[in-house]
Design a protein around this ligand. Structure first.
Ligand code: 2HA
Ligand code: ZN
Length: 274
């Protein structure tokens, strides 16, 4: 069967578009940020011969729970700025090996590249999210400017941080009723930060990396981007509010609770005083 052109595949186009948007918004300077997207085997088979493994790339952690699963992932060291013009070099389609200790390259990384240095955090987060939500397909990391800045000026406890974000824009509680998770500062790219991030991902789809950036999870690219965009917008408003001066009024806990009822979402237990 003749295969369709992979550069026309919706999942490749979505990766090109979302990385361009993230770059445009200033969230991904230089090689900052990474995205991984779980694909359906049948979908990929329309474009690629799945028996044609171009390279086998070892991974330094146990990915066995995801054996056989196929992801499109941004490449290590690549700039989001360049994905739109060089998808074949900057993106790769990988399949997790049966042993879970390597990935099989099916397409991309055309100049010898490898998956993002944050692959441990991505794959461990996929495992964690799939356990609580089988529909989860996307993990996204970026350096959202205002959320990052907030990790210097706001207490880093999850309840307070979540409450502040919820108060900054009415939409926030509806978009992330479970709140945001926050891990300690840890060296990026490590299995340790992957474990910390994925543990949080069992409870929240937004995980803040202090003084670094944010992780988001969702069922598709749009939803995950929208989630990060909403949290980042709240952090931007927080920045303006702080710069403008004294806070004279805010959304009350009663109003936040009413919002949850109105939109049929359950705010994180104990986060509202009502
Ligand atoms: O891949 O953002 O966290 C570059 C990074 C590391
Ligand atoms: Zn980063």
């Amino acid at each position: 069967m003749t295969k369709m052109n992979i550069l026309e595949a919706p999942f490749v186009k979505e990766m090109m578009e979302v990385t361009a948007n993230m770059y445009r918004l200033g969230w991904d300077e230089r090689n900052g940020g990474n995205v991984s997207y779980l694909l359906e085997e049948e979908e990929v088979a329309n474009y690629l011969d799945l028996t044609n493994v171009k390279r086998v790339i070892p991974i330094p952690f146990d990915g066995e729970k995801l054996a056989g699963k196929i992801f499109i992932v941004t490449g290590s060291g690549e700039y989001f700025k360049n994905v739109i013009n060089h998808p074949e070099r900057t993106l790769g389609i990988i399949r997790i090996s049966q042993e879970g200790n390597s990935v099989e390259l099916l397409w991309g990384y055309s100049e010898g590249g490898i998956p993002t240095s944050e692959l441990p955090s991505h794959l461990m987060s996929h495992m964690a999210r799939l356990e609580v939500d089988p529909e989860n397909r996307v993990i996204m990391h970026c350096h959202t400017t205002h959320l990052l800045a907030m990790t210097f000026t706001h207490p880093l406890n999850e309840r307070d941080f979540t409450r502040t974000l919820w108060q900054m824009c009415t939409e926030c509680l509806v978009v992330f009723p479970e709140g945001v998770g926050i891990i300690p500062w840890i060296v990026p790219g490590t299995t340790k930060i992957g474990e910390a991030t994925s543990n949080k991902m069992k409870e929240t789809r937004v995980v803040i990396w202090p003084h670094h950036g944010v992780y988001g999870a969702g069922k598709d690219i749009d939803e995950t981007f929208g989630l990060i965009e909403t949290a980042e917008k709240a952090a931007q408003v927080f920045t303006y509010v702080r710069a403008q001066g004294e806070i004279l009024q805010t959304i009350t806990d009663e109003q936040l609770a009413a919002l949850g009822k109105g939109f049929n979402v359950e705010p994180h237990e104990g986060y509202l005083e009502v």
